[in-house]
Design a protein around this ligand. Structure first.
Ligand code: AFD
Ligand code: MN
Ligand code: MN
Length: 397
């Protein structure tokens, strides 16, 4: 149970805590070993946004949805009015725009890092169209992930590719409106296994700095080597004003895209603690986007997103309970156990009663997952979408 002061602090924090949903988390996806089809999964962008709207309706912390241009805007800019209408109907707004320069056949040897200037131009054209879509949807962020790399030594020039990325990202930045940002994501490996052009936070930081002041680093929590200290990266990027935001998910071994907080909730808490500590020390809100990047294929898609949103609220609520004044005092004095206990006391607090009270105050069901299940939405979706989803199995097979 939390004290009344702590409860108040949690309520205040939850009033402004928002985490963006990924449209790609609502449709049937799989691994290279196959797909387990869910009849109720979304089959169109409108359905993805409708499902995302359900998550926001029951949790009140997911007002925006990130989209993927090739999958959600099949006709590029021309698709924008329809997608905007679907978002409005679903009660959500369109968030980050994700270009896709990793799927088309032409990108076998990369996109902005491709040795063929025509392919680099094709990738840039797609990214610039995504920037224009963002202007139309009123999205602040264009979220850039590049699968570029190589799988065998000697097959590509690492130096030349770095230069091509510098050029391509500079040109991207030149097309941003004053309100837009470009978030440059990194990932140590996959889909290539010898080198990835944007493999770590330092490479993203340098390329963002070269590109311009509206470029920032995107930290995907699944994109680090085992045992890497992510909260240390977060602390450095915050202090350099170069953290644009997060793609949240959890992982056991690689970029597993597992449910946020399902494997290592304490790490999530420590990441939030770095952000909140920074905000308290500087007296300003970190200008970062909290986004989910998950699309696992076992749990019910919408239920998993509700579970993710609830977990994010719980871990964020725990992090706001850290007594940073005490923590700093013990850190400066080298009182190791007392300092550590500051974190552990907050992490072990049961914040659920305070969150249930917050929900009640908002007119929400105190248990979002149960309330969603009772709504019958999934059964209805399965009735409407089942045939189409089953058909996908046939075509996939
Ligand atoms: C994959 C990539 C990366 C990217 C996401 C959405 O690893 O995280 O942000 O797809 O495109 O997870
Ligand atoms: Mn990501
Ligand atoms: Mn990823």
């Amino acid at each position: 149970m939390t004290t009344s002061i702590q409860t108040e602090r949690i309520h205040k924090a939850l009033d402004t805590f928002a985490i963006e949903l990924p449209s790609w988390g609502f449709s049937n996806t799989g691994t290279r070993f196959g797909k387990f089809i869910q009849d109720s999964a979304a089959t169109t962008t409108e359905e993805k946004l409708a499902d995302a709207g359900q998550v926001h309706k029951f949790t009140a912390c997911c007002p925006s949805v990130a989209t993927h241009v090739l999958w959600d805007f099949p006709e590029g800019l021309k698709s924008t009015p329809a997608v905007m209408a679907s978002a409005a109907k679903a009660g959500v707004r369109l968030g980050a725009i994700n270009p896709n320069v990793f799927q088309d056949q032409i990108y076998k040897n990369g996109s902005l890092g491709n040795p063929d200037p025509k392919i680099r131009q094709a990738a840039l054209d797609h990214i610039l169209e995504s920037v224009e879509i963002g202007k139309q949807t009123g999205s602040r962020d264009v979220s850039l992930w590049f699968g570029d790399g190589s799988s065998y030594p000697g097959t590509q020039s690492i130096r030349h590719r770095k230069q091509w990325f510098t050029e391509g990202l500079k040109q991207t930045h030149a097309h941003l409106s004053p309100q837009q940002r470009m978030l440059v994501e990194y990932k140590p490996f996959e889909p290539y296994f010898y080198h990835t052009d944007l493999a770590d936070w330092g490479m993203s930081l340098l390329l963002s700095r070269h590109a311009g002041p509206q470029a920032k680093v995107l930290v995907d929590t699944g994109h680090h080597y085992q045992a890497q200290n992510i909260e240390q990266i977060v602390a450095w990027l915050l202090s350099e004003d170069m953290l644009g935001g997060f793609h949240f998910n959890d992982r056991r071994y690689a970029d597993d895209d597992l449910t946020f907080g399902s494997i290592d909730p304490y790490q999530v808490f420590r990441i939030f603690n770095e952000v909140i500590g920074f905000e308290r020390e500087t007296g300003k809100r970190a200008d970062i986007a909290y986004m989910i990047d998950q699309s696992h294929n076992l749990k019910d898609k919408t239920e998993e997103m509700i579970q993710t949103a609830i977990t994010a609220q719980e871990l964020y609520s725990k992090a706001v309970l850290v007594d940073h004044e005490k923590l700093t005092h013990y850190q400066m004095k080298g009182e190791l156990i007392d300092a550590e206990e500051c974190l552990k006391a907050a992490f072990s607090s049961d914040v659920r009663p305070a969150i249930r009270e917050w929900r009640k105050g908002k007119g929400l069901a105190e248990e979002p997952l149960q309330a969603f299940r009772a709504s019958g939405y999934t059964d209805q979706a399965a009735r409407l979408r089942g045939k189409k989803n089953k058909g996908a199995v046939a075509s996939y097979a």
